[in-house]
Ligand binder design. Structure first.
Ligand code: MN
Length: 298
């Protein structure tokens, strides 16, 4: 692809740290960290695995609440089953995505499918948390689920593949209706190829590398690192070096900064401390509901 005259300066490069989450699974987490609490409107990015579970060993995140933001799960390997207190239910398969708007609040569980729990298998994927603006924090919870064939895809002459979950990259527009403007794409960059992405002027733009090595606007970035671009105008060019031979895997994340105060505690993200206390009160009192028991009849 050709390169625009103007490219966005790189504001910084962060290296993901490892962390144990949920029922004991390991994630690679670029943020939040001690040095980077959030990147408005994004609150968290976790890479789950890749982990090869033995039979009986797969773990997930059993029943827990959320309020005030959105959780986005994109799976590369394995299968995850999500259930929630509104009756929402879905199985996420490789290449599929689930965009959950927690809004006013849900209790949900995010578990490897029964088959993976029984037989073992590889689980690999991402979870992104997207903040909601104050006016949207108490909206009705919503699930959007899309299979791999429902994502928008495009490819370059050089053999790179772009899968778009939300927003527009390379002329492909993803199926998710995000509550605020968000771009989410997974790009497999072919060796020696490059792709160009032009985020909206002034929006946050991130490139997370989870395989191989790339140059992002001429800054070298390796597996497990994430580039934060300045919130200016201009494009983002992600280039793979033919000499490395292996290409690269990256996530492109763009979003409109909300510019509002953030009060955050565990599974709740609101604007004020009082609203966090209210969320805990509501959860303790059962007002976020509970997940209906599975029907085991027969
Ligand atoms: Mn969750």
């Amino acid at each position: 692809m050709s390169t625009s005259l103007q490219t966005r300066p790189v504001a910084g490069v962060v290296t993901a740290h490892r962390q144990t989450e949920g029922g004991g699974f390991i994630v690679r987490r670029p943020f939040p960290s001690a040095s980077l609490e959030q990147i408005d409107p994004f609150l968290l990015l976790d890479e789950m695995g890749p982990t090869d579970y033995a039979p009986g060993k797969a773990v997930g995140a059993p029943d827990h609440p959320h309020r005030g933001f959105e959780t986005v799960t994109y799976l590369l390997d394995g299968a995850m089953e999500h259930r929630d207190s509104t009756g929402g239910h879905g199985v996420i398969v490789p290449g599929g995505v689930q965009w959950m708007t927690a809004g006013s609040g849900v209790v949900h569980s995010e578990m490897p499918t029964t088959e993976i729990q029984l037989n073992g298998g590889r689980v690999h994927g991402f979870q992104l948390w997207v903040n909601l603006r104050a006016a949207d924090k108490m909206i009705r919870p919503r699930y959007q689920g899309f299979g791999p064939d429902e994502l928008a895809t495009t490819s370059t002459a050089g053999g790179s593949t772009v899968r778009v979950v939300a927003g527009e990259v390379g002329g492909a527009t993803g199926p998710v209706e995000s509550t605020s403007p968000v771009t989410y794409a997974h790009v497999t960059v072919a060796p020696g190829d490059s792709i160009e992405w032009t985020p909206a002027d002034g929006h946050t733009a991130l490139v997370h590398v989870f395989g191989g090595t790339v140059w992002v606007n001429d800054v070298e970035v390796v597996d497990g690192q994430m580039v934060v671009l300045e919130r200016s105008a201009g494009s983002v060019v992600v280039r793979s070096d033919a000499g490395k031979g292996t290409g690269a895997e990256v996530l492109l994340l763009g979003g409109q900064p909300l510019g509002e105060p953030i009060a955050r505690y565990g599974p709740f993200v609101m604007n004020t401390r009082d609203e966090i206390e209210q969320a805990f009160d509501d959860y303790s009192a059962g007002r976020l509901g509970s997940i209906a028991p599975l029907d085991n009849a027969g």
